[in-house]
Design a protein around this ligand. Structure first.
Ligand SMILES: Nc1ncnc2c1ncn2[C@@H]1O[C@H](COP(=O)(O)OP(=O)(O)O)[C@@H](O)[C@H]1O
Ligand SMILES: O=P(O)(O)OC[C@H](O)CO
Length: 496
């Protein structure tokens, strides 16, 4: 493949490490993927071995080059995109992690979060970071390391401790300990970064006991971070973004008001708001979308649903009513509606816009005629209703009506669910040809970082729709169904 240069995206997700090579037209050339171990040492705890993350990531990067029959000299730049918030603590001297990484889903700091809320910290933290107080974000995880891991405490005292989200950890390993940096989008998920000033916030560092010297340098999402020589030649690392922001970029939602929703294990909906920082009055998060080179900081509002595709896994593994995830569509389509059944998949509490840590899942509205098909259909609709709650909150925050919703992620392949989503939203749902949008976003950022393109405008024409789902439900029916969902949701809530 002489002459042409390619982009390599490293997509480090919650359950697997992936590497994808794209050509300059944004077409996938090759993919390599490796799952890694999830550690659940106690109820509510979720950990990853940072060394295993690095090893699987490096392996897939080498493998994807082999598959594509390319070498380092054929790659213009590397882009990193990652599961967000997950926190690694390591020694700057030895480069070794002091403990397992604490994953974004880990709830061990929920009590500490309750204390912070009781102390009335929500307003100050919200104003500085755009986040709500929740165990989800990195700051309380860093605090936990400092309180509970003696080596972290000792290294912090000697000024030899490094903290980082997964992007920083991979960058450190790729540059063999030369670069300790992160990008603005990942920094914005730590709860230590002031998204207005663009700096680590001194008050918050004090509140969580973290010293600035342990934190990575914050840089634009696109631009050269460093170089790696581990793939058989020197390659610049020129783009970094958290996976949801990266998917927003890969969906080319680069104009204010454009929205994407990713249907994976959970759902993450982001609306680009340009250089304007919208403060949600409906319990959504304000987050940094990206910063391109020396351009301005761009923002997004975000709603996160903790359980989406995971409810389909539960139908498969918990109830055993389907063999594989994709079977759910045929089963659900075998009945014309749910027969009044609702499934509220609040297995891990409720995320945005409800933020109820203690809510639990339920199935309601069953009659003697209810079958597994009704339950399967209601489970899919339960995903779509949660997304509708978020979009309604977003439209209220931005005071606008959405023109179309761009979708991606494994569960977006479900046509029945996508049609119901369009129906219940009253907004067209559009699925692109390239659904590897997370990795594509990182490739785009890296390409911009080395000047392969001059601006996102040059990339916009690469986005192409594969299927468009048009809303076909009468508004009165939509209203009745949404009211039914609201009733079910109320029953699932903890009353906290
Ligand atoms: N056809 C389908 N219908 C509904 N859900 C599906 C379908 N195919 C896959 N899923 C769900 O999508 C999720 C996998 O999507 P993926 O984007 O790979 O997730 P993640 O990146 O969070 O691991 C799983 O939870 C799976 O149950
Ligand atoms: O790794 P994913 O795709 O499940 O995404 C995780 C999110 O970034 C968590 O905020």
């Amino acid at each position: 493949m002489g002459g042409m240069k390619y982009l390599l995206a490293l997509d480090q997700g919650t359950t697997s490490s992936r590497s994808i090579i794209f050509d300059p037209q944004g077409k996938v050339i090759a993919v390599a993927q490796k799952e890694f171990t999830q550690h659940y040492p106690q109820p509510g705890w979720v950990e990853h071995d940072a060394e295993e993350i690095w090893e699987t990531q490096l392996k897939t990067a080498k493998e994807v080059l082999k598959k594509a029959k390319l070498s380092a000299k054929d790659i213009s730049a590397i882009g990193i995109t990652n599961q967000r918030e997950t926190t690694v603590a390591w020694s700057k001297k030895t480069g070794k992690p002091v403990a397992k990484a604490i994953v974004w889903q880990d709830r061990r700091t929920a009590k500490f979060c309750d204390k912070l809320k009781a102390k009335g910290e929500a307003k100050r933290i919200g104003a500085k970071t755009g986040l709500v107080i929740d165990a989800y974000f990195s700051a309380t995880k860093m605090h936990w390391f400092l309180q509970n891991v003696p080596e972290a405490k000792a290294l912090a005292k000697a000024d030899e401790l490094a903290f980082g989200t997964i992007d920083s950890w991979l960058l450190w390993k790729l540059t063999e300990g030369q670069v300790h940096a992160t990008d603005v989008s990942n920094a914005s998920r730590t709860m230590l970064y002031n998204i207005g000033t663009g700096k680590w916030d001194a008050d918050l560092l004090k509140l969580f006991g973290v010293s600035a010297s342990a934190l990575p340098e914050v840089k634009p999402s696109s631009g050269v971070f460093g170089e790696t020589s581990l793939l058989g030649g020197s390659i610049p690392i020129a783009g970094i973004a958290g996976d949801q922001q990266s998917a927003l970029f890969g969906q080319v939602c680069t104009q204010p008001g454009m929205v994407k929703n990713t249907y994976g294990t959970g759902c993450f909906m982001l609306m680009h708001t340009g250089t304007k920082r919208i403060v949600s009055t409906n319990n959504l998060l304000t987050t940094v979308a990206w910063q391109l080179g020396d351009g301005p900081m761009e923002y997004a509002v975000e709603g996160s649903v903790f359980i989406a595709g995971a409810v389909v896994q539960w139908l498969r593994d918990g109830l055993g009513i389907i063999k594989k995830s994709s079977d759910v569509e045929e089963l659900a389509a075998s009945v014309p509606d749910t027969g009044g059944v609702h499934v509220v998949p609040a297995f891990a509490g409720l995320g945005a816009p409800h933020w109820d840590q203690h809510a639990r899942g339920l199935i309601c509205g069953m009659t003697r005629g209810t079958t597994k098909a009704h339950i399967a259909r209601a489970a899919l609709e339960g995903i779509a209703y949660q997304v509708a709650d978020i979009l309604n909150a977003m439209q209220a925050d931005a005071d606008m009506k959405l023109r179309e919703l761009r979708v991606d992620g494994g569960a977006s392949n479900n046509n029945l669910m996508m049609q119901f989503q369009a129906d219940i939203l009253g907004v067209p749902v559009v699925r692109p040809v390239v659904t590897e949008t997370t990795a594509l976003g990182a490739a785009y950022l890296a390409g911009l970082g080395v000047g392969l393109w001059k601006s996102p405008k040059e990339i916009a024409s690469q986005w192409e729709a594969e299927k468009r789902f048009k809303p076909a439900m009468a508004p009165a029916k939509r209203k009745t169904l949404m009211a039914g969902w609201a009733g079910a949701l109320e029953r699932a809530r903890s009353g906290e």
